[in-house]
Design a protein around this ligand. Structure first.
Ligand SMILES: Nc1ncnc2c1ncn2[C@@H]1O[C@H](COP(=O)(O)OP(=O)(O)OP(=O)(O)O)[C@@H](O)[C@H]1O
Length: 437
């Protein structure tokens, strides 16, 4: 029987009995090794790094055991856009690849996320709490890049979406070449594309941004442009094919566009694309405008397809340097309306039927003269003479085109009224498509 009560055995051990010594005695009282280590780790500000699955890890400040600094995501797993669903796709993908739940409530603040910069650069996101930031790269959710076009404003890169396999056309703007006005144009282009989800308009997917580029992701139209189709069919289309594949879908797309008060302002064969089902889609809304939101006073578009009332307007540069600096407001200038698209449509149709542009000139003044001469029939042998020929074009076709080619925009029909034009009923079989005429 020991001389002390049982319960006091650990408090007052018998000195004669050998006791197990703690392995580490660095702190008073012989603290447990884990606690000891934690003490020093806290002291030196150690950051615990917890792996949460492939390519995804969380840095956590161990000093307080609270998430500190940042959450980092593998660019392969997460991408975000300017606020819509794709970020959630990225989160879902990150979660699928992670065995543990991402430690942070990603959903919070995703609505106003903009893409982070390229790999290795971290970017704060306002709507997340200050200790959180994202790392992601716009292009990392795509693969198989191939540049198909270098345009005035952007380059177009064909790519495949990694997770869905969807084919996209990425319109990539180099930020270093953009003026403030051009940046506004991109915002406007995206705004218009969002408004125009529907038949006849290219499908907008999302907008991506990093330090160097702004990218507008569109569904790829795999059937090529009207220009490609004309080339495949020997330079021009027979009338029935033209009505089926150009006139009817174009009138319908313009009727929809104009009903939303949007003017394209740069219609041409290169901006009419076909999908895999040969359905027509309008692209390039960079010059487009919403009537009433900005004054339609500048010379926008491609000269051969410009309506006469656009040719007489100052270019955007002239407006900036000459007009506004003279104290005249943009809204004081005479403006035009959606009828400019109707004129461009007429030029496209004539080109599709004949393989030639009806009006050709180098300067705006010369183009205006050429248009007047053609329309008054004083330029013998011009392209319009050909379409006035009954051997070449049906009476319905002639009536359709002559109603469009009016110098006075007020006399041109609207797209909505052209929907019921008899020429659109002139549809033969598909056999006529792309025949050499
Ligand atoms: N969604 C798409 N699918 C397939 N090809 C496309 C798509 N969007 C654009 N392209 C191709 O890229 C070309 C140029 O597109 P877009 O006009 O939008 O760019 P841009 O920079 O404004 O070029 P440009 O200055 O020549 O008008 C189109 O003519 C077409 O060949």
């Amino acid at each position: 029987m020991p001389p002390w009560p049982r319960g006091e055995a650990r408090l007052f051990p018998d000195a004669s009995v050998p006791q197990a010594q703690p392995k580490h005695t660095g702190t008073p009282g012989g603290a447990a090794p884990a606690k000891m280590m934690l003490f020093w780790l806290r002291f030196f500000g150690y950051r615990r790094s917890a792996r949460l699955g492939r390519g995804y890890h969380e840095d956590v400040g161990a000093a307080s055991y609270k998430p500190r600094k940042s959450i980092m995501y593998d660019p392969e797993t997460l991408y975000c856009d300017d606020g819509l669903a794709p970020l959630e796709d990225g989160i879902a993908a990150a979660r699928r690849q992670s065995h543990r739940r991402p430690a942070i409530d990603l959903e919070r603040g995703t609505r106003s996320l903009d893409l982070g910069p390229g790999p290795g650069v971290r970017m704060s996101v306002d709507s997340l709490s200050s200790r959180q930031s994202y790392m992601a790269t716009p292009m990392s959710s795509y693969m198989n890049f191939y540049t198909i076009h270098r345009g005035r404003h952007a380059k177009i890169v064909r790519a495949t979406q990694k997770y869905t396999g969807a084919r996209v056309a990425l319109k990539v703007f180099d930020k270093s070449n953009l003026t403030a006005g051009q940046r506004e144009d991109i915002v406007k282009e995206v705004q218009i594309l969002r408004l125009l989800k529907g038949d006849g308009i290219v499908d907008f997917d999302k907008k991506l941004e990093d330090d160097c580029t702004v990218t507008v992701a569109l569904k790829e139209c795999t059937g090529g442009t009207l220009m490609n189709r004309l080339a495949m069919s020997g330079g021009r289309m027979v009338e029935e094919a033209c009505v089926r594949h150009v006139v009817k879908p174009l009138v319908a797309a313009l009727a929809m566009l104009h009903s939303k008060k949007i003017v394209h302002r740069d219609l041409k064969p290169e901006h009419l694309l076909y999908d895999e089902h040969s359905r027509l889609h309008l692209v390039d809304f960079h010059s487009a405008a919403i009537i009433g939101k900005i004054p339609l006073t500048g010379r926008e578009g491609t000269m051969a397809y410009m309506a006469p009332e656009v040719l007489t307007k100052p270019t955007p540069d002239e407006i900036f340097h000459d007009v506004l600096s003279n104290g005249i407001s943009d809204s004081d200038l005479p403006s035009y309306d959606e009828k400019v698209d109707i004129w461009s449509m007429g030029v496209i149709i004539v080109e599709a039927l004949t393989g030639r542009q009806p009006f050709v000139a180098d300067t705006a003044e010369a183009m205006l003269r050429a248009q007047q001469q053609e329309l008054q029939g004083s330029r013998f042998g011009g392209v319009l003479d050909l379409v006035r020929d009954q051997e070449f074009l049906s009476l319905e076709g002639q009536d359709f085109l002559s109603s469009i080619f009016r110098l006075n925009p007020g006399e041109r029909p609207s797209a909505a009224s052209l929907l019921s034009h008899p020429w659109l009923e002139l549809l033969g079989s598909d056999d006529g498509d792309y025949q050499m005429a």
